[in-house]
Design a binder for this molecule. Sequence first.
Ligand SMILES: *Cc1c(COP(=O)(O)O)cnc(C)c1O
Length: 407
Amino acid sequence: MAVSMTESRGPAMVEQARSRTAYNYDPLPVVVAHAKGAWMTDVDGNRFLDLLAGYSALNFGHGHPDLVAAAHDQLDRLTLTSRAFVHDQFGAFCAELGDLAGKELVLPMNTGAEAVETAIKVARKWGYDVKGVPADQARIVVAAGNFHGRTTTIVGFSDDPDARGGFGPFSPGFVQVPYGDLAALTAAIDSTTVAVLIEPIQGESGVVLPPPGYLRGVRDVCTLENVLFVADEIQSGLGRTGRTFACDHDDVVPDVYLLGKALGGGIVPVSAVVADSDVLDVLHPGQHGSTFGGNPLACSVARTVVAMLATGEHQERARDLGVVLRTRLDALVGSGIVGVRSRGLWAGIDIDPGVGTGRAVCEALMARGVLAKDTHGSTIRLAPPLVIDEADLLWGLEQLEAVVSRA
Ligand SMILES: *Cc1c(COP(=O)(O)O)cnc(C)c1O
């Protein structure tokens, strides 16, 4: 069949994706065919600068040569054993990730939501076995505006009507308090409280930063009350904020780190619960598991991610480019942007309603070759790959300026 060189293949693929898929996403109408670094190319050959980076799952960009090489090598050797047998990447991955986090033990899973679910199980079991909470009474304190994933238990303690509406009944055992309010959090803790589960920066909520002293306060009250501090660093961790963990900015060490997204190098889903043995040792064989968790391909790629983070260069880059990002965004406040929050190479931008919705801004950006994603109506989240060239970042921000300042 003769196909004209100029015929656009994208629209039919968008239509097929729309008509044959559950409507649980409303993607921008771009059909990506390949990508390298911070740049994606669609099926018609148009190039786009990726300022979302898979919600931070692509911290090291598309097709990073070290990550691709690790995956290729592992694909040829061994991809899956299940945890019924040990494989040659497993122990090393757990030790290397544990060392990066300064913790003794690692429990690998696949998706972020699974890491959160795992932490909930671990915290409850710790509560019964170690803290002495009466059976089935364990409670976990969470924050308003949270995003921890999409399973039924997790959406049950969300306050986003879209996330939870119509999906009940929900698991009991969660108490929600306002994010950043230490007095409310302290008041919510009682003798049945086993954990405080929070994001050190709320990503999905629009890159909401904790008030100064909040994370330190959470750490102190958890220590005082014998409660586990579980930090969901699935989006904030692994270099995004300019430090390995967002908690590092406050010199705070949680009892449990939850990691995901960037841990898989943008190649495979890899998540992990990382903690010391006094916490994770509450699990015994048969009490938790995952067919794919800690598989050889995942471990091989994630070991490379850990090695890349161990040098500190990506964190430094996120810090340096974060200053560039923040300076440019601050200059737009008052001309199309009403507020900016950022840490490292991660920003939430509140768009002036007079300019249009976040979605409309993202569509206008797309027309200019820049891909970003709105969240909660009028906010745009920017999370460029940490490997982005400074010149490309500046070009992308010029496109944003052109879109928002036309009002
Ligand atoms: C993305 C995310 C999750 C869920 O991760 P999935 O891999 O999508 O299940 C959990 N917590 C936070 C903070 C996230 O950003």
